[in-house]
Design a binder for this molecule. Structure first.
Ligand SMILES: Cc1cc2nc3c(=O)[nH]c(=O)nc-3n(C[C@H](O)[C@H](O)[C@H](O)COP(=O)(O)OP(=O)(O)OC[C@H]3O[C@@H](n4cnc5c(N)ncnc54)[C@H](O)[C@@H]3O)c2cc1C
Length: 433
């Protein structure tokens, strides 16, 4: 590694990266690769804490779907990343990790994991690379503020009073979700001090709450439904969004992948139409039309009219859900199929296809997997992640108003924006030096 330039006159560092999550780790590596003198600061005693718990603790490093699909899976300003992806893409992330000796494997929905299934192996590889590039690391060092002078960043002030001068600052402190990992929203104030707009923060990828009687009396608590289609309905009863994945009923409402993906649309619908409740619709048989379900049930009943309805319908949907839907439609579980009215069978078939669940919100931002909203992307250069308002200032990762579904999309966004921020922070420091 050749040093491309010397640190600017009297500056402690060329680049200071604040935050050691995936975006900050990548930014520090990218800046180090450009030969900059880099300091990475984190307030915790471990780096990459959220990265290490992603993807169920196996570290969902990225996703291998085509770029168009990745952008679609980033419903919060994914399009802002088109330029970034043309410079450093998900395939580049995969090559990057392979070069670091981390072999990756593809799982369902394009999700990429380390072959070792060990999140720590990914974090360790990044740390070794930082060491190779001589990036200085300060742990247990919360940053108090970023100092600006005459339209340019000038220094970073630590909570312990230490002030470190620098040409460039990369703010990579994440959002406000799961604060025990260190992401407590500290960066928003520093962005505002530089003149940036913070769009409204909201929980996304978060379980939803409901006060439906079957939630309150816990009759479905713990029940998982596989491969269902869940929709969020507008006030006219039309779906705003549908997701086909798994879900689970909990003691407070609904959770699981389909619910997490729908959650931001619940939040947005409640806000847009000033609602206290939004209806979700659960299709437990997404491969069949309602009429098909009805005709099949009628056929089974005709074949064995004396059999109890719960035995006739065994296997149609998971048993606990079947019994619940029968009761919900006023059908006695032990009633012989042949004695049940067509009208009741119709309404049961409808429940299998469009069971309405009223939901009244989500768990709070702190419990969300991802923070929606953040530093407005309108004020960020899409090719560099540089601030349009303050020279030498860069943003990357979840602090930006970019958010995606879980499945490696947020981490991809963090690594791609981190790459650009680190590279360009080093280049701009070089120009200033
Ligand atoms: C349980 C869980 C599972 C997830 N699973 C997935 C998944 O499968 N796929 C996916 O795409 N995304 C997933 N995510 C989201 C993903 O992990 C985040 O989007 C990603 O980690 C954001 O990266 P980041 O670098 O922006 O910030 P973070 O990872 O939040 O890192 C920010 C860092 O900044 C440090 N910091 C904060 N304030 C200061 C300060 N004042 N001074 C110094 N340091 C500071 C923190 O200590 C922290 O280390 C998951 C999140 C959670 C909580």
């Amino acid at each position: 590694m050749t040093n491309e330039y010397k640190v600017g006159a009297n500056m402690d560092y060329d680049v200071i990266v604040i935050g050691g999550g995936p975006s900050g780790l990548m930014a520090a590596i990218a800046a180090g690769e450009k030969g900059a003198k880099v300091l990475l600061i984190d307030k915790g005693d471990k780096l990459g804490r959220k990265l290490a718990i992603s993807g169920g603790g196996r570290c969902n490093v990225t996703n291998r779907l085509p770029i168009e699909e990745i952008i679609k899976h980033l419903p919060g300003n994914g399009k802002f990343l088109y330029s970034a992806f043309s410079i450093f893409s998900n395939e580049d992330i995969i090559k990057f990790f392979e070069k670091l000796g981390i072999e990756l494997k593809e799982e369902d929905h394009g999700r990429m994991f380390p072959v070792s299934n060990k999140a720590q192996s990914v974090v360790d590889a990044l740390l070794i690379q930082l060491e190779k590039l001589h990036v200085r690391i300060f742990k247990n060092s919360p940053v108090a503020k970023v100092i600006y002078e005459n339209g340019h960043v000038s220094a970073v002030l630590l909570k312990d009073g230490q002030q470190l001068s620098t040409n460039s600052v990369v703010i990579a402190v994440g959002g406000k979700s799961v604060p025990h990992t260190g992401s407590t929203g500290d960066g928003y104030a520093w962005a505002e001090q530089a003149g940036h707009t913070i769009t409204e923060l909201f929980p996304t990828e978060v379980p939803v709450t409901s006060s439906e009687p079957f939630i309150k009396n816990k009759s479905l608590q713990g029940l998982s439904l596989r491969d269902i289609e869940l929709s969020v309905l507008n006030p006219k009863g039309k779906p705003i969004i549908s997701h086909r994945m798994d879900m689970i009923f909990t003691h407070f409402g609904l959770s699981g992948p389909a619910v997490l993906r729908c959650s931001q649309f619940v939040v947005k619908a409640m806000k847009k139409w000033k609602l206290t409740e939004v209806t979700m619709s659960l299709d437990s048989l997404p491969d069949k039309k309602e009429e098909e379900v009805f005709q099949e049930i009628i056929k089974h009943i005709k074949n064995e009219p004396k059999k109890s309805i719960k035995n006739t319908l065994k296997g149609l949907v998971p048993e606990r859900y079947l019994l619940f839907l029968l009761e919900f439609n006023g059908i006695d579980l032990s009633e012989q199929g042949g004695t049940i009215s067509n009208e009741k069978i119709r309404s049961f078939s409808k429940s299998c296809k469009q069971f309405p669940i009223k939901v009244n919100g989500t768990l709070p931002l702190e419990k969300a997997f991802v923070t929606g909203g953040g530093v407005s992307v309108k004020e960020i250069e899409p090719q560099t992640m540089g601030s349009k308002l303050m020279n030498g200032l860069y943003f990357c990762g979840e602090i930006l108003d970019v958010h995606g579904y879980t499945g490696g999309y947020n981490i991809t966004s963090a690594l791609v924006t981190g790459r650009l921020a680190g590279t360009n922070a080093a280049l701009s420091a070089k120009m200033k030096a």
